[in-house]
Design a protein around this ligand. Structure first.
Ligand SMILES: C[S@@+](CC[C@H](N)C(=O)[O-])C[C@H]1O[C@@H](n2cnc3c(N)ncnc32)[C@H](O)[C@@H]1O
Length: 448
């Protein structure tokens, strides 16, 4: 029996120092990442091409490994780098001083704010009174520590601000949607500033414990070629899932308040660049999308056709959505090769999905792509059940890069099909890949 295992989700991270600064659902479990990293004692520098909240980087650093991370979302790049930064004693003193000044300035501020975040239907999120107080606190912070992007290590206070803004909103983030309480509550200035001070103090206290290793997050589209070739020994990551959940849905309020989105339409533009994005124009643009390259996932077309012929209003659109998601992931798997040394291990935490009862077996499709792009020892294991009703699971799909004699041990054979997970095509595709790549340590073919 496979359970829902909340210790393998972001819920496990909430109380864990840096990991608990912002409660973002895209985050995967610290426990799970730690377990994977512990099987990689030789991985001196771990690569995560889909950094999100930099969980991989922080867990790697805590265990004494360096890490290099990438994400397409500038807010997450900023946030990840603050999470990974160490602060000196002087920095701590400066943070406490800036905190005191910001609270004093916001307490005194009577000015009517000139700016509110351009979030659609903002009155559903905050009452006018709460918005005014948040905007006053925001201008005090700008005056004392500068805008988030320019605040250096003092940006930790911006994270406390973001936490307070969300905690005092009427929004509740559920699995697939954001819901709002009927009437946003009006909070007093004293209450908001007290919460801000408490979060800031707690975050400063957790930042005092230094991370023993370095990690850095870069802005990059990981479905395109990487700017330089680097020989990493391990990838530990969780890319978006093909489930129509956009990260931008949850990140939008943070991004508007902190100046990472200027206008409402920018959210859709950014989501169109992201794999699996659906926000705003990201969905309408799908209707004119067609692939510009081949995809090394032979089973994909049949799945796409089944969704298309489901006879529902959005069958065509969802078929395109699934197709684009896997084309982008295949492009990613091609690109990641330039960042791996022979025998590097890759571990992708991924989820399956269903569209109109058509199962989308994400691990099978990843396996096909990995095998076609020079990986071997390709396997998937179930991590947990994601949903009590539907057959939705989280898997870890793993592989080693290039051709070596290393033996790979699968750690958990448990699988919903109640038999070891061995796709029938594996033998055949191994031979194909072997013929293609044998004798070459690194395939030269690249997505143009
Ligand atoms: C499931 S989340 C990663 C969560 C992360 N493991 C954590 O613990 O926070 C997937 C991430 O992939 C990023 N992403 C989506 N498309 C991308 C792309 N083309 N290149 C790089 N990052 C991308 C999203 O912005 C999101 O942060």
């Amino acid at each position: 029996m496979i359970s829902q295992r909340s210790d393998y989700t972001f819920k496990y991270n909430r109380s864990l120092g840096r990991h608990g600064w912002l409660r973002l659902t895209p985050a995967y479990s610290v426990k799970l990442v730690g377990e994977i990293i512990d099987t990689l004692p030789d991985a001196r520098n771990i690569l995560d091409p889909f950094s999100g909240t930099a969980t991989t980087g922080v867990v790697a650093a805590e265990r004494g490994h360096k890490s290099t991370l990438f994400d397409i979302n500038p807010f997450l790049v900023w946030f990840g780098n603050i999470k990974l930064a160490n602060v000196s004693r002087d920095d701590i003193a400066a943070l406490r001083d800036a905190l005191r000044q910001a609270v004093l300035s916001a307490t005194d501020s009577q000015a009517a704010p000139e700016w509110f975040p351009p979030l659609k239907n903002i009155e559903r999120w905050w009452s006018r009174e709460t918005l005014t107080i948040l905007a006053q606190l925001r201008s005090s912070l700008v005056k004392i520590i500068d805008e988030p992007k320019n605040a250096g290590f003092l940006a930790l206070l911006w994270i406390a601000f973001a936490r307070v803004a969300i905690e005092h909103s009427a929004a509740a983030f559920n699995h697939v949607s954001v819901s709002f309480h009927a009437d946003p509550v009006s909070h007093s200035k004293q209450e908001i500033l007290l919460a801000f001070e408490s979060y800031a103090e707690a975050f400063i206290a957790s930042a005092i414990t230094p991370l023993p290793e370095k990690g850095v997050v870069h802005l990059h589209d990981s479905s395109s070629p990487f700017p330089e070739e680097l020989p990493f020994g391990a990838v530990v990551t969780s890319p978006p899932y093909p489930n129509r959940i956009s990260y931008i849905r949850e990140l939008r309020p943070y991004m508007f308040w902190l100046g990472f989105l200027g206008e409402a339409r920018e959210a859709g533009e950014l989501d169109w660049q992201a794999i699996g994005g659906t926000w705003g124009v990201a969905t309408s643009r799908l209707t004119t999308w067609s692939p510009a390259h081949e995809c090394a996932m032979p089973s994909l077309e049949a799945i796409v056709e089944k969704i298309k012929s489901a006879g529902e209003k959005n069958s065509e659109l969802l078929a395109l959505y699934v197709k684009k998601y896997f084309y982008d992931m295949d492009k990613h798997i091609r690109s990641i090769q330039s960042m791996l040394k022979p025998s590097a291990e890759v571990h992708y935490i991924i989820g399956n999905s269903t569209f109109y009862d058509v199962p989308v077996a994400t691990p099978d499709l990843y396996e096909e792509s990995l095998l076609a792009h020079g990986f071997k020892n390709v396997s998937s294991r179930v991590i947990r059940k994601r949903n009590s009703k539907k057959e939705l699971f989280e898997y870890c799909t793993s592989a080693t890069y290039g051709w070596t004699k290393r033996t790979y041990h699968q750690t958990a054979p448990e699988h919903p099909r109640e038999q070891p997970y061995e796709p029938q095509y594996e033998q055949l595709r191994l031979l194909e890949s072997e013929a293609k790549y044998l004798g070459k340590q690194r395939p030269t073919s690249r997505y143009p």
